[in-house]
Design a protein around this ligand. Sequence first.
Ligand code: SAM
Length: 172
Amino acid sequence: MYPPSDDSYFFAEFLKKYFSNLKDKNISYLDMGSGSGILAETAKKAGIRDILATDINSHSVKHVKALGIKAITSNLFSKIPKSKKFDLITFNAPYLPESKYDKLPDTSGGKEGDEVSLKFLKQAKKHLNPNGKIFLLISSQTPIKKIKKFNPSIVAKKKLFFEQILILKFSY
Ligand SMILES: C[S@@+](CC[C@H](N)C(=O)[O-])C[C@H]1O[C@@H](n2cnc3c(N)ncnc32)[C@H](O)[C@@H]1O
């Protein structure tokens, strides 16, 4: 299971502010790739009640369920009914290019680093309510060219030791 790291804390802070500015907290929220559940817990603490966490890693899912959050094991949206829509979907994606040292699904987003994010964006669009939003965290190490085709806007960024992390917003 992915332990909360710099990217997780950055995203959690961002979401905390986002939720505190929300007038209507009656939204449905999907925490994709929930890991330790840090983002789902941030939502819960902010008063969001309709939360679903998913991860490809069943240990993460077990951990998140124990926090009292509804969670399912799923490869992206494969186990989420087609008809299920959300007002907010977040993904702190595995964003690094694969290397001989790192092929873990926690951190590696495929050969180039953008594959999981691109698959996610394609599928997530179909699970958004009208006026819904997607926040995706990637890094300066993730190729952004294909991701740009989904029309993101950068809503937050932070410089870390060897990379910059970015939160991208998508709304359709
Ligand atoms: C960078 S970690 C983020 C974990 C947590 N959200 C956080 O912010 O600390 C990426 C997470 O995505 C999950 N993941 C990777 N590929 C996935 C996929 N295809 N479907 C669902 N989850 C996936 C990993 O298991 C991991 O928990």
